[in-house]
Ligand binder design. Structure first.
Ligand code: ADP
Length: 417
């Protein structure tokens, strides 16, 4: 192949690649027609495009200097002949009689080529290249014309394939999004159902005790007092549930964590602070808190939430403990730039049956230990806080022996300012 043809074919191939960026098949034809016209040195040209829906021809492109309105391809005309034989037609000189009788060739052109756009036996349309003067088609012209038809067809195929892929991808994304919405909706509905249930119980107890106090025998001061005490207990419980619910919903637990403020947090002082806060409760329950040799590790997070997470775990290890038991807090740097906070107790432990469910919202394994402060939301909050910090929470527990809750969090390397 001589150099100029290979250069021209390379130009056609380049046009193939460029055309793939176009979103419109007609634009692709336009681009190729222009390249074809330029390569063959034609005066004007146009392209017929077969509509895949009804197999009818449409004028897809007309070069700006086309001096007349191309007529639709007719049976036995050049376009149909090219389609039938699946090879380009080259007419070097139009014949007058043919023009008048059969072919209806425009008086503006003396010479033309019809190049079928064919790929794997399917005809996508025709490129018509016209010359105002007689044109001798060289072998090079013929070779380029065949190349032009093929490349155009292949580009259209690739383009369609890409378009289908895009559509499939979009569909998959839509499905994923719908699924996410449905899941969120389900979570919300479950959450509201659970919350309503939890709020209803103390309200029913309050109502019962109010009835008792108002309708009962007022002289029996003792029973009135005990009813009021029960009401007080339930109101405190309601306040606790509402405060936990507010924490979970105000931060939009479902989607974004926009209210969370990430800053440098020193784990050593965080642990010390939580240990001090838990002292009174530990003293009341005769539990000792051990938090020694906590390393000076910084993580990146929201101090308020991290403290809440740690406090919930420490508080549980005190509540679900035995007399004279202990709560031990340790912190260790683990592999891959993570830090693990362990809260160990030698308390009542958790049964194998309850263990997989304790992080569920409102799940309580030891209902007998119920106090107004128990809402069954504590561990759900712990899990959520760990996750929004890019971490996880694990538990190991043996019934009657004790439990270890471990929170693993990523350590962000903080640049010194
Ligand atoms: P609650 O408000 O009931 O404490 P949590 O979500 O904090 O709710 O805990 C869920 C359940 O997990 C508790 O009811 C308790 O049965 C169990 N649990 C949590 N921490 C411990 C622990 N350290 N030892 C034994 N059981 C625990």
């Amino acid at each position: 192949m001589d150099q100029s043809i290979s250069k021209k074919i390379a130009l056609l191939n380049q046009t193939t690649l460029d055309s793939l960026a176009e979103v419109n098949i007609l634009k692709i034809i336009e681009r190729f027609t222009e390249t074809g016209l330029k390569i063959l040195g034609a005066n004007f040209g146009f392209a017929w495009w077969k509509n895949p829906e009804d197999d009818k021809y449409k004028l897809a492109y007309k070069s700006p200097n086309t001096p007349y309105e191309p007529k639709l391809p007719r049976e036995h005309g050049g376009n149909f002949m090219a389609e039938k034989n699946k090879t380009p037609i080259f007419v070097e000189k139009t014949i007058k009689e043919n023009y008048e009788k059969k072919y209806d060739v425009s008086p503006y052109m003396e010479s033309y080529a019809i190049i079928p756009i064919i790929y794997k036996n399917y005809l996508y349309g025709n490129l018509v290249i016209c010359f105002k003067k007689e044109h001798i088609f060289t072998d090079e012209d013929k070779e380029l014309s065949a190349s032009l038809g093929n490349t155009t067809a292949q580009t259209i195929i690739i383009h369609r394939f890409i378009e289908q892929e895009h559509k499939a991808l979009k569909k998959a994304e839509m499905l994923k999004y719908t699924w996410k919405l449905l899941k969120e909706e389900k979570l919300k509905t479950e959450f509201i159902a659970n919350a309503t249930h939890e709020l209803r119980t103390p309200l029913a107890i309050i109502k019962g005790n109010v009835d008792l106090a108002t309708k009962g025998d007022h002289k029996k001061l003792k029973s009135t007092k005990s009813a009021l005490r029960a009401i007080d207990h339930e109101i405190k419980h309601l306040v606790k549930i509402i405060s936990d619910l507010t924490l979970m919903t105000s931060s939009n637990v479902w989607e974004s964590n926009s209210k969370i403020v990430y800053k440098k947090v020193n784990l050593k002082s965080l642990v010390a602070h939580v240990a001090v806060r838990s002292k009174a409760l530990a003293y009341k329950n005769k539990i000792s808190i051990i938090a020694k040799n906590i390393p000076n590790i910084f993580i990146f997070g929201d101090k308020k939430y991290l403290e809440k997470m740690l406090f919930n775990l420490v508080k549980n290890s005190i509540t679900y403990n035995k007399k004279n038991g202990y709560t031990k807090i340790t912190v260790e740097e683990t592999k891959d730039n993570f830090v693990t906070i362990n809260i160990t107790d030698n308390g009542i432990g958790i049964s194998k049956k309850d263990l997989p469910r304790i992080f569920e919202r409102f799940y309580r394994a030891n209902k007998s230990r119920s106090s107004y402060a128990r809402t069954g939301l504590g561990l759900a909050i712990v899990k959520w806080i760990a996750e929004i910090h890019g971490g996880e929470v694990f538990v190991k527990s043996i019934k009657n022996k004790g439990s270890v809750f471990s929170v693993s969090l990523p350590i962000e390397k903080i640049k010194e300012i």
